[in-house]
Design a protein around this ligand. Sequence first.
Ligand code: ADP
Length: 580
Amino acid sequence: MSFAGIILVTLVVTSLVLSWLFNSFYFYTKEKELVSQGEEIAGLFSASLGEQANRETINFLTARSLRTQQDTRIMIVGREVLDSSLNPGPGLHPLPLEPADGQKLLQGRAITWQRQIPRSNQTILTAAVPFTYREQVAGAILLSTPVADIRATVSAVQRLILYSAGVAILLALIPAYCLSRSISRPIKQMSALTLEMARGNFRQHIPVTSQDEIGRLAENFNQLGVELEQTINKLSREKTQNENILSNLAEGVIATDLAGKTTLLNPAAEYLLGLEQKKALDQDLASFEGCQPLGALFKKVMETGEQGSLEFTLSGGKIILSARVAPLRGRDQVIYGAVGVIKDITEAKKLEQLRRDFIADVSHEIRTPLTSIQGFTEALLDEVTIDRTVQAEYLKVIHEESLRLGRLINELLDLARLESGKISWDLNPIHIPDLFAGVLLKLKPQLEEKNLRIEQKIPRDAPILPANEERIEQVLINLLQNAIRFSPPGGVIKMQASFSGEEVTISFTDQGPGIPEEDLPHIWERFYRVEKSRSRALGGTGLGLAIVKQIVEIHGGKVLVSSREGIGSTFSFTLPLAPA
Ligand code: ADP
């Protein structure tokens, strides 16, 4: 439509300009022609007047003019008419002259004018050329010709131009349509492409059909698509990577917006805080059970813009968590939220407590014999005259206490080595009856001292056990020693070995005081004693069972205890028959 409009406007303007030019040129030529004819006649006329020319000459001239220009009328007017035209007066018929034109005529120059004839719609073009007599303007030759036909020609030309404009528009519409389509098609394609890009599809490609601006635009668009895809791929790779890191992190990560609503929660945080991502996202962090202190810390960090940390408990104090929260700042350094890292420190806290207890226990265990050694040595030093028997008694105590200290330290070192897992030992084929016999021999004095009887139950076909002989012997001695220690004098201790499938179970049953049920689960812990003073009085260090448990477990076995107060206890352990 715009093309058609442009063509129309151009042709209308062209036709107007052309017809104006045509008009002016025609009139100009006509005027020129009339003036030159007039000048020719005026020249001849002047000359003939000067030479007293006769009437025939004039007639001849007039006749000639009439013959050549049939529509041209020639009129000769005298000076009086010219003068009266400038100064109208009665009598003469004046010419329709402007004063300036009249002056020009009187100065000897030709003039022209047009006159419209109202009824016939004709234009009469008139040229007035002055002629002279004796160097004076004596009158003028007027040549008039109608120019109606030229207007008709001009309007015919205009019509022609308009018709051709119509045809031109019709013809131009086809290439214009093709041209506009060639422009609009790539633009439409680009528009569709941008929509596809908005949906995340960058694989579209616009065919580049030209080398002009549109072609370059299409090329740039294709390039833009490729680069956008690369950038987005890169970004999404980074995003996936970050998400993977976040979801595989052992620490919980949680983020909130300025209002304290959670915006991110990794699986570890879900697990630690006991939340579900679906329900927790976009909810106030402080509204979750047990998370009030955490929510308050997030708010404080966002208000102050400084990092903060906190230890808090969940599930009624069973789980201890530590959180470290930092503000999240945008490029403009404005805080838009906060992110916190949460760690489960329950185990670490427990270990710390264990270490503290252990140090306290060890100090306590060491202090007791040390105090008694100090006390007796001081007594020996202070009392100058001391009974020899008392002296011997004191020294015996000192000796026993120092032996206990030595045992304690040895067992502690032993246990530390066992627990560190750095210990490695050889497995020897052990013949259980021999091992039992050896242990009994070693503890014979203690057994005899308390007048204890041993009942052994070992199957004849006992298989060979792969284990470290020295360590297993230590286990047997520890257990038998305990049984001896807690057995009443004259009691019976049962030593049993039984084989079932792939393991051997060895047990010691005594007739001692037994162990209260509430103490049974703790009996294998270091320094755990049911009755501290009694056990110590019996020479125990509180480490024997802990060492037994370590040795048995390193061999791939298990320790068991069952006991009834007032009746006795059975301590047993299993060992695999195939090496662990
Ligand atoms: P200790 O060197 O003090 O005996 P153990 O680790 O061997 O240390 O034993 C820990 C505690 O278990 C003892 O103090 C005692 O209270 C209890 N215990 C061990 N063996 C027996 C047993 N046969 N009968 C009753 N109590 C026992």
